[in-house]
Design a protein around this ligand. Structure first.
Ligand code: NAD
Length: 328
């Protein structure tokens, strides 16, 4: 397929783009490159990189495109609060613009990678039919994008929304502001795992390669199975409570478990049901938290990833860009 991947130079995107190229897809990336160009392969005849904003890129880029994966966004809660108006303009209106242009230009398939944070705090296990409870600008803008974009689906334009669990694992645009990744880094540098209080909160997790694989799987699935559909992406086994998850990280590192608390008690607790993607598409993750943490631990030991690269904390990078006068 000819794929257009917005945000393709980001944490998930840079893994997804490589996977798509390995599967012989042709890939066009549209990305502001806020985290650098070097997250993507230097040279590949099947890869084209367009350094543009999703809010202004020309409709011509959709010519010949078969499918869009729309990853570009301000990608977490704290960065989303830096300038809520910008967050809405990118995460909601920017992605809606991409979906509308894609449809008008005759693209057949569109996938919006959203987030399980749409569920917010919930006492019960939530599935795709549950009420949502978005608590932050980031989560609210994502939900509004979901609602407006799913309405564009018709027989000629197949739209699928996914709500990804919190992602973990190695990427060329590494993020140490994600739970498992940050724990592994903290353990590596201080021999103590930082645990967000009170450790009892539930979080669904998914490996970056597993969510990338799910995205490509959806773009190639029979249209009647995925059109106008919402899927949670993850697995029931990977609903973790934060404290036992930290113990898994220590096990992966193979050294005695030590930890330290940080932050205020976190109210975003939710357990998610992932049966739909398993039964409809046969999706099953290949990684779990321990395997993902081991891979990061080994990369830290072998200097395959830099724990001190300031760009690995999304909020800090956006603050720096703003301080440098970059228009977000
Ligand atoms: N990482 C997770 O745990 C997770 C979980 C659930 C959902 N998601 C969603 O998946 C998507 C990708 O997340 P990520 O972790 O790869 O984030 P990321 O911040 O690493 O990547 C986002 C990319 O989008 C680009 N971008 C931002 N604004 C842009 C704009 N206006 N125009 C063009 N490019 C722009 C950035 O340069 C960056 O390369 C986001 O929508 C995020 O909300 C991520």
């Amino acid at each position: 397929m000819n794929l257009l991947i917005t945000g393709g130079a980001g944490y998930i995107g840079s893994v997804l783009v490589r996977m798509a190229l390995e599967q012989d897809h042709k890939v066009t990336v549209v990305d502001r490159l806020f985290f650098g160009r070097e997250t993507l392969p230097e040279e590949d005849k099947n890869l084209k990189i367009i350094k543009e904003d999703i809010r202004s890129v020309s409709k011509e880029i959709f010519k010949g495109i078969d499918g869009v994966i729309d990853l570009a966004a301000i990608s977490n809660d704290p960065a989303g609060e830096l300038d809520p108006t910008k967050t809405w303009s990118i995460n909601h209106l920017g992605r809606l613009r991409i979906a509308v242009l894609a449809k008008n230009m005759g693209v057949k398939r569109y996938l919006l990678p959203s987030s399980c944070s749409a569920y917010g705090f919930q006492d019960d296990v939530v599935d795709e039919t549950s009420d949502i409870n978005p608590l932050t600008t980031y989560a609210k803008a994502n939900v509004k994008a979901e609602e407006d974009i799913i309405d564009l689906a018709d027989n000629n334009f197949c739209v699928t929304i996914i709500r990804q669990a919190t992602v973990y694992g190695l990427s060329k645009r590494m993020r140490f502001d994600l739970a498992i990744n940050g724990m592994t880094k903290g353990f590596f540098q201080n021999r103590k795992i930082p645990i967000l209080k009170d450790g009892k909160q539930w979080r669904p997790m998914v490996h970056v390669k597993d969510t990338a694989r799910a995205q490509l799987m959806i773009l190639e699935a029979p249209i009647d199975k995925v059109n106008k559909q919402l899927f949670n992406v993850g697995s029931n086994e990977q609903n973790y409570q934060i404290f036992p998850m930290a113990e898994m990280v220590a096990k992966a590192a193979g050294i005695p478990f030590e930890y330290e608390w940080y932050g205020q008690p976190d109210h975003r607790s939710y357990k998610v049901d992932f049966n739909k993607i398993k039964t409809v598409l046969g999706f099953k993750p290949e990684y779990d938290a321990e395997k993902g943490a081991k891979e990061i631990w080994d990369a830290l030991k072998n200097k395959g990833t830099d724990p001190d690269d300031p760009r690995t904390i999304t909020l800090n990078q956006y603050k720096k860009l703003l301080a440098d006068g970059v228009e977000i």
